[in-house]
Ligand binder design. Structure first.
Ligand code: GRF
Length: 243
């Protein structure tokens, strides 16, 4: 069986466990595109981690459906190319799905990180980047996910349900909202007197840490696939451990 299961060095956990990793060559620095519709605090923390050397990758493009959102302004400030997608009557100069795929290919993008991007990802992009597109959602999926669960609506629903724990989920992206394979989660307590805003800000602190950790793992080829199709992260400190 080939060690590499598909492009981007996604490996089989059984092969890694059997020690075939001993001669792992140094890992190529990865090229990231981040998709944002709003303030872009996750984007900023990922960009900073790349700039500080904590992530073996670089943000080479910022894709947005809102040219004046916080994320786009930050990208402009840092000299990161801003790509507008999709084309709408508010953004007539934006790209079509096929053009977006071509532009990302031209930037030689390895991975796509959705960080508060509110539009559905077109099937053309999902097919062009198999197992290479990720999203962060501010609840413990599969609870409180899917169409309509975004922003404060998620946290309001969590509080109303009486759930005692919430927290961010990072998952692979497929053709539907919030249904791709779960890759990483972090638990955050829900307090008895929480407002949606308070819960959102407690979850956001963990989002920043989790997305940077996952991006670091991704850029070091530490994502592996269990035989049943569940993606796992190989621990950096102890390569025998997966979580
Ligand atoms: C985050 O809560 C993320 O989970 C959700 O959208 C929000 C984006 O926040 N998908 P920011 O733009 O990164 O600050």
């Amino acid at each position: 069986m080939s060690r590499l299961e598909c492009k981007n060095s996604v490996e089989k956990v059984s092969d890694v466990v059997s020690g075939k990793e001993d001669s792992k060559p140094s890992v190529k620095r990865k090229r990231l595109a981040v998709f944002v519709s709003g303030g872009g605090s996750n984007f900023r923390s990922i960009h900073q981690a790349c700039a500080e050397g904590a992530v073996n990758g670089d943000v080479v493009a910022l894709v947005t459906n809102k040219h004046a959102c916080g994320g786009a302004l930050y990208a402009g400030d840092k000299g990161i190319p801003v790509v507008l997608f999709p084309k709408t009557k508010d953004e007539p100069d934006a790209l079509s799905s096929d053009d977006l795929v071509n532009v990302l290919r031209r930037f030689e993008v390895d991975f796509i990180l959705l960080a508060g991007y509110l539009k559905l990802i077109p099937v053309e992009l999902i097919r062009a980047y198999p197992r290479s597109i990720f999203n962060i959602h501010p609840s413990l999926l599969p609870a409180f996910g899917g169409k309509g669960y975004y922003g404060l609506k998620v946290h309001k629903a969590v509080i109303a349900s009486g759930a005692r724990y919430s927290g961010p989920t990072i998952h692979f992206v497929d053709e539907h909202y919030d249904t791709g394979r779960i890759l990483a989660q972090r638990v955050v307590p829900v307090r008895a007197n929480d407002t949606p805003e308070e819960l959102a800000s407690r979850v956001l602190v963990e989002e920043h840490k989790l997305y940077v950790e996952v991006t670091a793992a991704l850029c070091e080829d530490r994502i592996v696939w269990r035989e049943d199709g569940v993606p796992l992260i190989q621990s950096k400190e102890n390569p025998e451990e997966y979580y």
